[in-house]
Write a protein that binds this ligand. Structure first.
Ligand SMILES: *Cc1c(COP(=O)(O)O)cnc(C)c1O
Length: 457
């Protein structure tokens, strides 16, 4: 007899994964290595250790170990807010009148409001273990900074956050959450760093960018004794930590014999999507199962759908390693869309390589249609979604509506990465009918590419 699938599929605490899954181990063609921007040679562990914590460097460079044990301290922290539920979106299915089954993995059930805490706690743990005093980072929309300040508070580490100036001014509440957890927040660009002063001189009145805040945070980490830099997306280590999302999702669905046909996630730097799809993509790479995997990005920052697959800088100051990825160029300044977490010019090298191999698809969606989907979802499913997450909702709804036309009973799984309580200015704009869609012209994108390294790699 077929089991009735509950609204929420919960795992027990004991079912929180005991190891992260390293998707790269199952890739025959590995993602391209990070390069030293000065020598153009692959970065060594020693070089990376000047910027990042030692064990995180090992994880970054490890492309062969399939499972990496999750230390007990991290698992204990995970127990405060994990396992996160897989929800069967019965109400949304009914509202759409679709024969499709829609499931979502909800990562917004913690104070930081997003999946970023899964990696923040891991990175803080390794920094503590190394005996460091603290870490530095940047934050755009504020989700990563919030997650990291929670993680640092837990392990008693100092946390210095460089927050893109326009967010610092527009999102005072995020800032206060971070300060409550003990972090110090500096609006970027600032005059506290050499690169910040240079950018301010060149562009007085600039409201900053993620790439610029990264440069400042790296500079401070490398110039302060006992500090290292941490990053909330893009890196292999972050995808590794986020595999906890996919492992839990798969375990939950397996309990009811549900095999998703389509897996959808929003893609900024690629960490939540990389984590959600990890065990499924592993099966696909090993030829055991097939899944359609779709990355959703904003039409205003279309790294996959309109980017180039090439080595590029990760930051505006050009001090970070070069990464091979789908990129719009580090000089590409995306328009002020409300999905701050999706405004990175590049994409993690693992997903870039998989996309290049044709193992996954990508679509770009416009902001107003994303908020239409967000509103529709909120009204029937109850959760107020983050604008970033709503990109995945948009495409999940679109796929479910296609099933309505064809009568196919496809099973759709998407990642609901976070809640939108700090994004109410965006919702206000949408509700007032004042939200625009910004799509870069080919010329804008050409300009971004002009900032890429001039070498052929
Ligand atoms: C940061 C963020 C994203 C995008 O980052 P990825 O690394 O691509 O996952 C998506 N959703 C939310 C809620 C975020 O905070």
């Amino acid at each position: 007899m077929e089991q009735k699938i509950p609204y929420k599929i919960y795992l027990s605490e004991d079912e929180i994964p005991t190891a992260w899954y390293n998707l790269r181990a199952d890739m025959k063609q590995k993602p391209a290595p990070l390069l030293n921007p000065a020598t153009l040679k692959p970065l060594t562990a020693d070089e990376l250790s000047a910027v990042f914590c030692r064990e995180l460097v090992e994880q970054e460079l490890d492309e062969n170990t399939k499972f990496i044990a999750i230390p007990e301290e991290i698992r204990n922290f995970y127990k405060m807010y994990r396992p996160s539920p897989v929800v069967r979106a019965y109400c949304l299915e009914k509202a759409l009148g679709t024969p499709a089954e829609i499931y979502y993995k909800f990562e917004g059930n913690n104070t930081s409001g997003s999946h970023k805490l899964n990696s923040a706690i891991a990175q803080a743990y390794y920094a503590k273990k190394q005996g460091l005093k603290g870490v530095t980072t940047e934050t755009g929309a504020g989700q990563w900074g919030t997650a990291l300040s929670m993680a640092c508070a837990y392990f008693g580490l100092d946390c210095k956050v460089y927050m893109v100036k326009c967010s610092y001014e527009q999102k005072p509440f995020r800032r206060e959450v971070m300060r409550t957890y003990g972090a110090s927040i500096t609006p970027s660009p600032s005059n506290t760093t050499e690169i910040g002063r240079k950018i301010l001189e060149e562009f007085p009145g600039t409201t900053g960018s993620l790439g610029c805040a990264i440069s400042e945070a790296v500079e401070v980490a490398t110039h302060s004794e006992g500090y290292r830099y941490v990053l909330g997306s893009v890196l292999n280590q972050v995808l590794l930590h986020q595999s906890v999302i996919g492992l839990e999702a798969k375990a939950a669905l397996d309990k009811y014999g549900v095999k998703p046909d389509i897996i959808i996630g929003c893609a900024g730097g690629g960490s939540n999507l990389g984590g959600l799809i990890a065990p499924f993509m592993g099966e696909k790479l090993r030829g055991e199962n097939d899944y359609r995997i779709i990355a959703v990005e904003p039409a205003s920052c279309p790294s996959f759908t309109r980017g180039k697959y090439a080595y590029d800088f990760c930051d505006t100051g050009k001090i970070c390693p070069l990464a091979k990825m789908y990129t719009l160029g580090s000089g590409f300044i995306p328009s002020a869309s409300h999905a701050g977490g999706l405004r990175f010019h590049g994409m993690t090298s693992t997903l870039s390589e998989l996309y290049h191999q044709g193992m996954m698809e990508a679509v770009a969606v416009e902001q107003t249609s994303v908020f239409e989907a967000a509103t529709q979802f909120a009204r029937v499913e109850g959760i107020l979604p983050a604008p970033e997450s709503s990109h995945a909702i948009r495409v999940a709804i679109d796929e479910a509506l296609k099933c309505k036309q064809t009568g196919e009973k496809k099973k759709i799984l998407f990642g609901l990465t976070g809640t939108g309580y700090f994004d109410l200015v965006a919702y206000e704009k949408f509700n007032n009918g004042e939200m625009g869609d910004y799509i870069p012209t080919d010329e804008d994108i050409q300009k971004g590419w002009a900032s890429m390294p001039k070498v052929d790699l």
